[in-house]
Design a binder for this molecule. Sequence first.
Ligand code: URA
Length: 452
Amino acid sequence: MMSASAPREIKDMAASARILESINRKRAGTLLDDEETSGIVADFVAARIPDYQMSAWLATVACRGLSTGELAALTRAYALGGGHLDLSQVDGAVVDKHSTGGVGDTTTLIVVPVVAACGVPVAKMTGRALGFAGGTLDKLESIKGLRSYLPTGEIVPMIRSVGMVITGQSSDLTPGDGATYALRDVTGTVESIPLIAASIISKKVAVRADGLVLDVKTGAGALIPEQDRAVRLTETMLDLARAFGLSGRAVLSDMSQPLGSAVGNAMEIRQALAVLRGERPPGLWDLCATISRLMLQSVDPLLTEEQAAARVNRVIDDGSAYEMFVRWAVAQGADAADLEAERFPTASQRLVVKAPESGWITRIDPRAVGSATLLLGAGRLTHDAPLDYGAGVRMNHRVGDRVDKGDILAELHYDLGDADAARSLVASAFQLGDQKVTPPPAVHQIFEPQEL
Ligand code: URA
């Protein structure tokens, strides 16, 4: 048996000594050199250093920050430590997008088929739910038969034949990010501007699309809630992307309330399909329209805002964006008849949250709604927990709406989850007042590209 004071899990004494020295140097304010950073990432991916030392290194970086040079070195270490996509085999310019994540944010499932239907190929690697925020990969897995992870070798052929791909990040792309992200998630080191920037931009460097749009959230349900820090994150990512020769645009979008009216995996697939068939819910549609037009402009800078917006509206109105979604989902294994009939998981139980008084909705806390979906079984409280794909919360109202006492504010869908606790959380998310409030805009700011 190990004594209480013995070091645990030291796998490689030399690697452990190197990271310990790096932690001490960084804590003392010394700049990390490029080789040191790439060595640490490589050692961690190869399991030569234990989780607790890497956690301490990440925590030191999160507290101390990174210089521009250090940030580029970490991004390079993540990006170049694995494989990459060769998008040169796709005809025409390919575009990519990335969101920092939120609640009821089904944007990817709408903008990717919209942009692809406009004739611009889209390569989208996506991830799972994180904490209270949903994940596109989990939403996709509520579609029976759909292969959510394509082997790297199938990604480019899929883009060439269909015009789009949405797939989980394969483990051979940016393995350093994959390994450290899992650790950051459980060590309180996700919410660091340089660590988020390196994580996101390394993935964009490995995919290397011709155009890139970043969707950075701000507000209570965002990774970085404060608007000034979210702006700093956006600028940091755009500068970093440019240092790697990627021309990016960005939107600073609102996450001070759930974005869509559906929060939950299959429920968000249904909402995405409704939008692709022509519904334009406020908030969600405003953001999707902006991101889609920026994606089109990112690969065709001569396209005006009006022309790009008209193309986006056209592919919704003529049904081609919806057809694109179906063609892609079937190509990745879904059944066309299931999609048409919306045969997705549905929870068996319902519980409603009613307005306790009449008034104006002044606030809907997205964290409380997101946390309620976890309690209902739609998200994971532990890493390997199974999901209830049909569970979730339907939001009947948005900030700025007038409601009367007894009106249904939200409806909980569940099977086995802790519905009473979830109902209390959703009820606490709503604030009512006697003054009309102006709803927040879906898009707070747009960042246009600068010269490379
Ligand atoms: N999304 C990512 O891919 N990485 C982060 O660090 C945060 C959000």
